[in-house]
Design a binder for this molecule. Structure first.
Ligand code: NAD
Length: 256
């Protein structure tokens, strides 16, 4: 379905981003990976799916590095047809104790980076009259939790950016939508499981149950593969007129 298309997924060396990159690659899209840590393993996983893959290690908190990454992708593959804004970090603390440097980093990586990639990707998408921009927001783009001020602010912000991007391109073949996962067991969430296990003095398994029990009625983690299939749907012809939605996949979290 996505043969001859190129997808750039930010923060795709692990977790949800890698799951989405693999799902798009299974549909034939060439992939530009981004993120920190091991890039060789993820590149090999994508290549094994029979598509071309490239990697750029831009730091999503730096506008100049994002510009270099977008130029690199255009040079390697002609243009970015599918942009997935996924890179994100978390910090958990009450507002009065929240380190200002963490606030700035979360807003830069989880929100402002998507403004930069979007503004740089749009001209070629509009010229081709086809494009897909998928923002990985969170249930925290729809509802809040205590001690996550920067994250909730950034995620509500990216849901707003999603709607504006959708509206500004509504008469074209370029769509923009957001995915809002509940708990997904990635390194980002494992840190929160570890903190809960330490705070309650319980095992890893019991800490996971406690985390799910607080918010997620299904008592199940959503998987990166499931989120990848939602991204594939947004890229399909059936989703041509799906514009500006914030689609939660959250085991019932925000239905409560
Ligand atoms: P993760 O920690 O597994 O992956 C984050 C990715 O972002 C990694 O590839 C990391 O290298 C990259 N990254 C971090 N800082 C970066 C930077 N400055 N520049 C470039 N890349 C950077 O986390 P994840 O859980 O897969 O999170 C992915 C996205 O999904 C985030 O936006 C997160 O907020 C969102 N999300 C996660 C959950 C969850 O439960 N895990 C729920 C809702 C939303």
């Amino acid at each position: 379905m996505l043969k001859n298309k190129t997808a750039l997924v930010t923060g795709s060396t692990s977790g949800i981003g890698l799951g989405i990159a693999k799902a798009l690659a299974r549909q034939g899209a060439n992939i530009v990976l981004n993120g920190f840590g091991d890039a060789e393993g993820p590149q090999a996983e994508i290549r094994a799916l029979g598509v071309n893959v490239a990697y750029h290690g831009a730091d999503m908190s730096q506008a100049s590095e994002i510009e270099a990454m977008m130029a690199f992708a255009a040079e390697r593959f002609g243009q970015v047809d599918i942009l997935v804004n996924n890179a994100g970090i978390q910090h958990v603390s009450r507002i009065e104790n929240f380190p200002t440097e963490r606030w700035d980093a979360i807003i830069a990586i989880n929100l402002t980076s998507a403004f930069h990639t979007t503004r740089l990707a749009l001209p070629a998408m509009r010229a081709a009259n086809w494009g897909r921009i998928i923002n990985v927001a969170s249930v925290h783009g729809l509802v809040a939790s205590a001690e996550k001020s920067a994250y909730v602010a950034a995620k509500h912000g990216i849901v707003g950016l999603t709607k504006v991007t959708a509206l500004e391109n509504a008469t074209t073949g370029v769509t923009c939508n957001a995915i809002c996962p509940g708990w997904v067991l990635t390194p980002l969430v494992q840190k929160q499981v570890d903190a809960k296990a330490a705070a309650l003095g319980v095992s890893n398994e019991d800490a996971k149950k406690a985390l799910l029990g607080e918010k997620e009625p299904s008592m199940q983690f959503t998987t990166p593969d499931e989120l990848g299939e939602l991204a594939v749907f947004f890229c399909s012809a059936a989703a041509n007129n799906v514009r500006g939605v914030a689609w939660n996949m959250d085991g019932g979290w925000v239905a409560q």
